[in-house]
Design a protein around this ligand. Structure first.
Ligand code: MG
Ligand code: ZN
Length: 229
């Protein structure tokens, strides 16, 4: 019985997400859903990314948190346009929450919409929110065993970013076992290694972004980098 109810909830969620996803496509908005456990560095990645790209393309950030607007404040401080959703207890974002925000930002020109999901390795993966790509973060202190324990999240990701590689000398993070488990869960998963703190690997992330945006928009990120030499 519970499973039937859950299936109905997910079906109406997906229908709503598909509806506004069409609007994204019509308006050439690329939406990226960022998921991870709390503290893996989703907001830190957004801070770095906005500093790099905010003057090149039109970005907007939707922040999802159970309470408060600490992350929205950080994004705004990094120069980003941002809207904070409070889920008031729910441990994931869903299509209804996103659909409530979209009319409020309708008039803004947006090329790239980041949606930072609530920190949680379980149900954010179950709720489709109309994003074109799911980007997942795993930080090195969390350990390399997470794909085995939370396979759905990893199977739904298009890109896995290993963050906090500056901490590798101090933590046990076994890349070999990570790669081995990903081979069964999602062999096609893109993988990047970065540190939001030192900036290592971030260029690879911007390249990934550029290559997953429509060509005319992605080119704006590349062009600028070339000029910087
Ligand atoms: Mg955050
Ligand atoms: Zn949840």
């Amino acid at each position: 019985m519970r499973i039937q109810v859950l299936n109905r909830v997910l079906a109406s969620n997906d229908a709503l997400a598909n509806e506004y996803r069409k609007e994204f496509d019509k308006n050439k908005i690329t939406a990226i859903n960022i998921m991870s456990a709390p503290g893996s560095g989703k907001t830190a990645l957004l801070e770095q990314t906005l500093k790099e790209i905010k003057n090149k393309i039109n970005t907007f950030v939707i922040e999802g948190d159970i309470k408060g607007d600490l992350d929205a404040q950080r994004v705004a401080k990094a120069g980003g346009r941002v809207y904070q959703i409070n889920t008031d207890g729910a441990c994931h974002l869903d299509a209804f929450m996103i659909s409530q925000v979209l009319p409020k930002i309708k008039t803004k020109k947006i090329d790239l919409l980041f949606i930072e999901n609530v920190g949680n390795l379980v149900c954010p993966a179950e709720f489709y929110i109309g994003a074109h790509y799911n980007v997942m973060l795993l930080s090195t202190p969390e350990g390399a065993d997470k794909p085995v324990k939370y396979p759905l999240m990893f199977s739904k990701a298009d890109l896995l970013i290993i963050n906090k590689i500056d901490l590798l000398p101090y933590v046990n993070f076994d890349f070999k076992s990570l790669e081995k488990s990903l081979k069964t869960i999602k062999p096609s998963l893109d993988l990047l290694k970065i540190s939001c703190k030192t900036g290592e690997g971030l260029t690879d992330w911007y390249q990934w972004l550029a290559s997953h945006l429509p060509q005319t928009i992605g080119r704006k990120l590349f062009k600028h980098r070339k000029e910087q030499g």
